[in-house]
Write a protein that binds this ligand. Sequence first.
Ligand code: ADP
Ligand code: MG
Length: 238
Amino acid sequence: MGKIILRNVNKSFGATQVIPGIDLTIEDGEFVVFVGPSGCGKSTLLRLIAGLEDTTSGTIEIDGRDVTKAAPAKRGLAMVFQSYALYPHMTVKNNIAFPLKMAKVSPDVIEKKVTEAARVLNLTNYLERRPGQLSGGQRQRVAIGRAIVREPSAFLFDEPLSNLDAALRGTMRLEISELHQQLKTTMIYVTHDQVEAMTMADKIVVLNAGNIEQVGSPLDLYNKPDNLFVAGFIGSPR
Ligand code: ADP
Ligand code: MG
């Protein structure tokens, strides 16, 4: 499961309206990219879905349940942050296991889930290391592992690769796409990088000043941009 529906979602900070009213449906299993220039409201929209911000008006539904007022932990989603937020004193294994220990999951189940997450993320040989002994890409994978073990109905990524150098960004882009193919779980991925959007997305949502300019597949946006903003941003030939 992992179908998310936003209905007329509106967000203001004080007198400043950041999201004027968005309707959007994300299908179960889709890889959706929110793309747009800095300050257009990508992170705010993601945080509204995650429950880290309250909507000013409108509703958010996940798998048929109205979660508009639900606390983040009750939404069944996993947010992967760009700052890795790993515990430096804990091993990789314990970093990944941490949310399960908090939820008082039994040790044998924890062992099984951590082993499986490590396998999927190619971290099996690094479980006893600490974050300081890992590369940037490996640390990012540990952060994703910590999300995987909770078996969320969707993963939310906010510019997860922006701290990495160009070469590593390319590798991680492929790894996240492969992860999506393996897990088949809904992923919402925020970026200002057109290349990431075009190469990773099933569906791209182009945002501009809090409004959706267009929603479509990479090919659709490239071949049939609705307007000059989309054409310019995606780099369509016209
Ligand atoms: P993006 O992620 O696309 O760069 P954001 O969602 O972070 O954009 O921000 C969208 C707009 O909302 C910006 O103008 C930003 O200054 C404003 N904004 C974001 N968070 C807050 C906040 N907590 N208080 C006031 N303004 C905010
Ligand atoms: Mg942002």
